[in-house]
Each structure stands twice: as structure tokens, then as C-alpha cells.
Write a protein that binds this ligand. Structure first.
Ligand code: GLV
Ligand code: GLV
Length: 323
């Protein structure tokens, strides 16, 4: 018997091939690069057995009720799952799949790129070349901060945080601090020192946020946090925008309380083009590109499809969210 699945966006063909060759799914899709409108999401999910969604789709009680009792599995094309009401999902006995691991390396690479671009002021330099501001090689011009000999603090040494730490070591980082809920046994591999959040914030030259968004981490990086940072320190966020209080970040950047910030994530996404953060030269904002390599997105697509099929057929899902 065919089972209906709703796919909320155009996704890499890897996943679509797996679904169509499975012989058990009847695929409905919002076949566009743009987000599915809420009304179309509700129509699409009605009576579905499976839902393949993105981090930009809010999956709440209304979506689940509209789907109805057929819905067995929700598979998100992301490692983050803060867009889904997990308590409501669990209550209805629906299984959840996500895409950890396959995006760890790409996200860690992007983090290093963003950190270096921000600290070495690459977007500003590119702009100066284009606008005629490059008049000469100048000893005091466009200087930034280097990783060599620095202290880096990673907030959340999970899969991605650890992959970032591994990539930082060859740059000659002097100390690698991390904070989070628990001491990580694999931190020894990167000489990671478990410290309090306070110590991490005040001692780091670079701070990288790579924790997940939870009630505990929402708004974690606020005025108090930025006021404890060194004036020469760089702040990088690759997790979720809501971990940061953006008004407080704006003030910290504007006043020179901190040196610069690199953001791959914001609230909201997309960030409006007239947002105050975009007026600052010391703020580098990129549009949520952490996992954006061709191969990684293909792997995410395939994994999301396999998770969906496992959930539909009541068998193992390669990456089931169990906690
Ligand atoms: C990206 O932010 C993801 O959650 O996969
Ligand atoms: C820079 O290009 C140098 O030669 O120092």
C-alpha cells in the first residue's frame, strides 16, 4: 500500500531518487526553492504518513493535528530541531529523523572561513578594492587579529564544536576552552579545557557559539556576556540566531566593547536588509551556509529520505532523534 509523504521544498535529487524508487511512497512536494506558505504546508500534510521538512518550517500542534492520525514520521533536513514542537510530536507517538554527522565537516570548515574572514576583515577589504579605497599598501590599514597564540572558547563542544576545535589546533592556538552542560571525554584530543561560561567569555580572544538552541541557551549572549568579553575579541555564531540578543550585540559592536562578529545565523532569517547590524563594518553576516556544499547537501537529502522510509516502514532509521 502506498504511503503519502509531503516534502516541503525542492531538495537535492539524491533524496528524491531514494523516495521514488522505494515503491512505497506517493510523493507530494512543494516544488520550489522558496519556503512553503503556511496554508500550503497544512494542505500538503493533510492525511500524510510522512513529512520531510526543513529548519524554516515551523512544525507545531496545528501541523500535527492537520496531518491527522496517519502521520508516523517527521524527517528534517537539518541537524537542528528547534523548529519542531518535540513534546507535541512525542505525545502523538510520531518518530523524528534528523541529519547529524553528514554535515559536521562542512559546517566546521564554514566556521573557520567565517572566523578568519571576520578577524582578518576580508569583506571590508574586498569592498575597499571595489570602491577605490585601496590607495597603497599601508602599515596601519585593515589590520585584524590572528589565531596564532590566541585563546579560543567554544560554547558547546558537540560533534560540530569538536570538529571546529580539531581544525583550529593547526593554526597554533595556545589555549582551547570550552563550556557546556558536561565535561566531554573526547575534549582531551584537542587539549580542550572545560571552564565556566564566565571564564570562557572573559579569557577568550575568539568565541565560537556551536551549541544547540534550547530554553537554557536562548538569549545566552546578551549585554552581560558581551561586557565580559575583551575589547579585542571576535564573536562567531554558527548555531541559531536566538542564542544571541541582537540589540545587545549591536551595541557591543557599535561601542567597541568587542572587536567584531561573524554570524551565519540570525533572527529572523532572512535578516531584513535594513537591519542595524548590516550597517556595521565589524559585523560579517552570511546567510546560514554552514552545511552548504554540494556533497553535504546531497548526503543530507539522502539521509533524510532514508530516515523517512525507516519511519514509514517501522524499521530502523539511520539517524533517529531519540532524546
Ligand atoms: C543547520 O543549521 C542545521 O540545523 O542543519
Ligand atoms: C607583505 O606583502 C610583505 O612583503 O611584508
Amino acid at each position: 500500500r502506498m504511503m503519502k509523504v509531503f516534502v516541503t521544498r525542492r531538495i537535492p535529487q539524491e533524496g528524491m531518487k531514494i523516495l521514488s524508487s522505494s515503491g512505497v511512497t506517493e510523493v507530494c512536494q512543494w516544488d520550489s526553492d522558496e519556503p512553503v506558505p503556511r496554508a500550503e504546508l497544512l494542505t500538503g500534510v493533510h492525511g500524510a504518513h510522512g513529512l520531510l521538512c526543513l529548519l524554516s518550517d515551523k512544525i507545531d500542534a496545528e501541523v500535527l493535528d492537520t496531518a491527522g492520525p496517519n502521520l508516523k514520521v517527521i524527517s528534517t533536513l537539518s541537524v537542528g530541531f528547534d523548529h519542531m514542537a518535540l513534546d507535541e510530536i512525542k505525545k502523538r507517538g510520531i518518530r523524528v529523523g534528523y541529519t547529524p554527522d553528514v554535515l559536521t565537516d562542512a559546517t566546521a570548515e564554514l566556521t573557520l572561513a567565517l572566523l578568519l574572514a571576520t578577524a582578518r576583515r576580508i569583506p571590508e577589504g574586498v569592498e575597499e578594492v571595489k570602491n577605490g579605497g585601496w590607495s597603497s599598501w599601508k602599515p596601519l590599514w585593515l589590520c585584524g587579529y590572528g589565531l596564532s597564540g590566541s585563546t579560543v572558547g567554544i560554547i558547546g563542544l558537540g560533534r560540530i564544536g569538536l570538529a571546529i576545535a580539531r581544525r583550529l589546533l593547526p593554526f597554533g592556538v595556545k589555549r582551547l576552552l570550552y563550556s557546556g552542560r558536561t565535561v566531554k571525554s573526547n575534549a582531551a584530543e584537542v587539549n580542550g579545557e572545560f571552564v565556566s561560561l564566565d571564564a570562557l567569555v572573559s579569557e577568550s580572544d575568539f568565541i565560537v557559539v556551536s551549541c544547540s538552541l534550547t530554553p537554557e541557551t536562548q538569549g545566552l549572549c546578551d549585554k552581560t556576556f558581551f561586557n565580559k568579553m575583551k575589547n579585542t575579541a571576535i564573536f562567531v555564531n554558527i548555531s541559531r540566531g536566538a542564542v544571541v540578543n541582537q540589540e545587545d550585540l549591536y551595541e557591543a559592536l557599535k561601542s567597541g566593547q568587542i572587536a567584531a562578529a561573524g554570524l551565519d545565523v540570525t533572527t529572523p532569517e532572512p535578516l531584513p536588509t535594513n537591519h542595524p547590524l548590516l550597517t556595521l563594518k565589524n559585523c560579517v553576516v552570511i546567510p546560514h551556509l554552514g552545511s552548504a556544499t554540494y556533497s553535504t547537501r546531497g548526503e543530507m537529502s539522502a539521509l533524510a529520505a532514508r530516515n523517512l522510509l525507516g519511519g514509514l516502514q517501522g524499521t530502523d532509521m539511520p539517524s533517529e532523534l531519540t532524546a
